[in-house]
Design a protein around this ligand. Structure first.
Ligand SMILES: NC(=O)C1=CN([C@@H]2O[C@H](COP(=O)(O)OP(=O)(O)OC[C@H]3O[C@@H](n4cnc5c(N)ncnc54)[C@H](OP(=O)(O)O)[C@@H]3O)[C@@H](O)[C@H]2O)C=CC1
Ligand SMILES: CC(=O)N[C@@H](CCC(=O)OP(=O)(O)O)C(=O)O
Length: 351
């Protein structure tokens, strides 16, 4: 079988670089193009010395890429920039499969997109075409898709733990509280004051309280799991914590239809029995980010709440792997009919 020729847009960023790291060892992939913005013209090894052992094309601007020579494109670009670039890529080569790691194509409702991303979408036809790339729950659609919108890292961690519970009617979808923590790489490589060592180290800080753009994304998918007409409300608060990668989301849930926390754990075990990357912790075992660091695994734990009728679910992922580049590679594998775990079986790094 001929190798899939892949281009990675935004290879000088964190998600792009992690896509390079994974795809460089993928047996069915050839990395044929890498793009950057301010770093265009450099070898990737100059930006990321940890990848210096790889033979790779130099970084170029996306305008310099010959799309006719590619089969798949991974986009690790800032949201807002991806929609126009994707429209040009697909106009130039309609056969390319685009696997987008940005937020540009995740929200299906145009008004919701405009409200949370500050304006009208500039490629509405593509937004309508895009398939939400939460692999474990949209595998059939991803298999036939040309444009895959990979979920945000927080929605990935949250939805993987909650969708099976909502689908089974075990929790009240109108009262979900998600308390989320992310390592600093979640904010990208660009310089931002709050991610400086002096400001992010030695402390933990919430941000976007009550108004983070991942809340409507999580609600969209909880709504899809609950079914039309069901009331949905997700309270979502993210925090920045001083570690480079990893994400932990704690969901506080009201039980429904007489369910117990043990029923929730059993539902997750049943939903994910045959899933290669989903780990449901045994009763009493605490999920922690170190258990999945550097890997495409997600781990979930279900706990009793002291308060009757409630339960607490904890999920962990690596934001740059299952939360972006790894899930993107998993989606490419599904879209091209490859073994879904291909290139993704690295074990977590510990300590
Ligand atoms: N970090 C994370 O954990 C996650 C991020 N995401 C999403 O993935 C996308 C990329 O994130 P991340 O890798 O963290 O971001 P980074 O800031 O680390 O990287 C952004 C990349 O985009 C390039 N770029 C910036 N502006 C432009 C432009 N106008 N035109 C073309 N290229 C441009 C940069 O090039 P250069 O450096 O050369 O200027 C760089 O390669 C974002 O949409 C983010 O929201 C999704 C899930 C998780
Ligand atoms: C720590 C941090 O800043 N995280 C980012 C989320 C990163 C991500 O997965 O989301 P998108 O792909 O939607 O950007 C944030 O809260 O905006």
């Amino acid at each position: 079988m001929e190798k899939i020729r892949v281009g990675i847009l935004g290879a000088s960023g964190y998600t792009g670089a992690d896509a390079v790291r994974l795809l460089a060892r993928h047996p069915q992939v050839e990395i044929a193009a890498l793009t950057a913005n301010s770093h265009a013209g450099k070898p990737l090894a100059e930006v990321f010395p940890h990848l210096s052992m790889l033979k790779l094309p130099d970084l170029v601007t996306w305008e310099e890429v010959n799309w006719s020579k590619l089969d798949a494109v991974f986009c690790g670009l800032p949201h807002g920039t991806t929609q126009e670039i994707t429209a040009k890529v697909l106009a130039s080569n309609p056969a390319i499969k685009v696997i987008d790691m940005s937020a540009d194509f995740r929200l299906r409702d145009m008004d919701t997109y405009a409200e949370w991303y500050g304006g009208t979408h500039r490629a509405p036809d593509l937004q309508a075409e895009a398939v939400y790339g939460l692999t474990e729950h949209y595998r059939d659609k991803i298999a036939g898709a040309r444009l895959i919108a990979c979920p945000g890292c927080y929605p990935t961690a949250t939805l993987l733990s909650l969708v099976p519970l909502v689908k089974a009617g075990l929790v009240d979808a109108s009262e979900i509280i998600v308390d989320a923590k992310s390592g600093v790489s979640g904010a990208g490589r660009g310089l931002k004051q709050n991610t400086l060592f002096c400001e992010a180290g030695e402390g933990i800080s919430p941000y976007s309280i009550g108004k983070h753009r991942h809340a409507p994304e999580i609600e969209q998918e909880i709504g899809a799991a609950a079914g039309a007409g069901e009331p949905i409300a997700v309270n979502f608060t993210p925090h920045l914590i001083p570690m480079s990668r990893g994400e932990l989301c704690t969901s506080y849930l009201r039980l429904a239809n007489g369910a117990t926390p043990d029923d929730l754990r059993a539902a997750l075990e049943a939903a994910y029995r045959d899933e290669p990357f989903m780990l449901v912790a045994k009763k009493g075992v605490m999920p922690q980010t170190q258990n999945v660091r550097g890997s495409n695994y997600a781990q979930f734990g279900v706990f009793d709440d002291r308060i009757k009728g409630r339960a607490i679910v904890v999920s962990v992922i690596d934001n740059l792997v299952k939360g972006s580049a790894g899930q993107a590679v998993q989606n490419m594998n599904v879209a091209f009919g490859l073994e879904e775990t291909s290139g993704l079986l690295q074990l977590p790094m510990f300590p």
